[in-house]
Design a binder for this molecule. Structure first.
Ligand code: NAD
Length: 335
């Protein structure tokens, strides 16, 4: 069902890819694509703090796959891991706005110090073709403008958003000062298989799928009219592959990665009722601090420069991931 579409136009068999955070949700999906299309070598660096070995277990027997358990904040580890690498995909970070509000020092340490370590190791290496990194829609902060357009950002609303903004500033500066080729992908609420419903900072779609599967009411923070531009993970993988390999891109660019749609949490629950054929309603709780009220991306820039074309609609993606959670939860009821 997934990754039947080919998003690359160059042979992957001649290149080595380094994926930080490759045992996490988005990272392991990028790994899946690269291995499916026979990349020469795929190296994952992950400290398993929020990622899982299960996400990459199927690849352990492959001769072109290597897993390094380690911390991106360890410079020597980053330098060593980059040996022979051509392309870098930097996904490792501590996600979640609430996590960053509870522990800003830890989020800052991983997301800024860790990012700078990887970036500096890439600079020292000297022959990396490109580093694509996970940026975030949270960078639009308090801007009320819809759709969100690259270049029209507001002020960050959370420590997490600060870290993602700083990543972009470093990406830009390293391009100007050292000539590195870096691209930031501003993900808008990515969802799909392997996103964890069980950690304390789980995202809304995994939590709501789990609630529906287990026949209990999900809790919406606020009135449910908060909206998001939910993005199925294969769309995000497409953007990553194209950002890594496309020609003719400036030394530093940022792109929105989304569908260009706006779905409220109440609409999402209605769709889940339809998909699951269950008439489960939601509970409503207080609004959360740091949350942006509405989000919808312009994806024109990614379309025109990367030839990005999100093939999975929100509804198709939701149906697909609902089935995936159903299957995994039957196989492993703890999840
Ligand atoms: N999922 C989304 O909707 C979304 C939206 C915007 C941005 N992002 C960004 O995308 C990236 C991937 O997010 P995800 O949703 O896959 O989250 P995830 O938590 O599933 O993946 C992150 C991975 O990074 C690893 N990691 C964390 N700290 C590390 C460290 N110090 N050293 C090595 N590895 C470390 C974790 O173990 C995990 O495997 C992150 O940078 C996140 O901030 C995600």
């Amino acid at each position: 069902m997934m990754y039947n579409n080919v998003y690359h136009h160059k042979d992957l068999g001649t290149s080595t890819f380094f994926i930080t955070g490759g045992a996490g949700f988005i990272g392991s999906n990028i790994v899946e694509y690269l291995l499916r299309y026979k990349a020469k070598r795929v190296v994952v660096l992950d400290d398993l703090s929020t990622g899982y070995l299960d996400n990459i277990k199927p690849y352990f027997g492959l001769s072109n796959f290597e897993f390094i358990e380690g911390d991106i904040r360890d410079y020597a580890t980053c330098i060593k891991a980059l040996e022979g690498v051509d392309y870098v995909s930097h996904q490792a970070a501590l996600g979640s706005v609430p996590r960053s509000i509870n522990n800003p020092i830890n989020t800052n340490s991983v997301n800024i110090d860790g990012f700078l370590n990887v970036l500096t190791a890439v600079k020292e290496h000297g022959a990396i073709q490109r580093m694509v990194y996970a940026a975030s829609s949270s960078t639009y902060g308090d801007s009320k403008e819809l759709p969100k357009v690259e270049g029209n950002e507001g002020k960050p609303l959370s420590p997490y958003a600060v870290t993602k903004l700083v990543n972009e500033l470093y990406g830009d500066v390293f391009s100007k000062v050292y000539g590195l080729h870096t691209i930031g992908l501003r993900y808008f609420n990515v969802f799909g298989p392997r996103q964890n419903p069980d950690n304390p900072y789980a995202a809304v779609i995994p939590l709501f799928c789990k609630a529906f599967i287990n026949d209990f009411s999900p809790t919406i923070f606020g009135d449910g009219e908060t909206s998001r531009d939910f993005t199925f993970v294969e769309n995000a993988v497409q953007a990553n592959i194209k950002a890594l390999l496309s020609d003719g891109i400036n030394k530093h660019e940022v792109f929105n990665v989304a569908c260009g749609d706006q779905v409220s949490l109440n609409q999402m629950v209605e769709l889940l009722q339809e998909i699951s054929q269950k008439n489960i309603s939601s509970n409503y709780g207080p609004e959360r601090k740091g949350d942006v009220r509405h989000s919808k991306a312009s994806i024109e820039k990614a379309k025109s420069i990367l030839n990005y074309d999100p093939l999975f609609s929100f509804k198709d993606g939701l149906a697909l991931v609902y089935d995936w959670y159903k299957e995994t939860m039957v196989e492993n009821p703890a999840k």
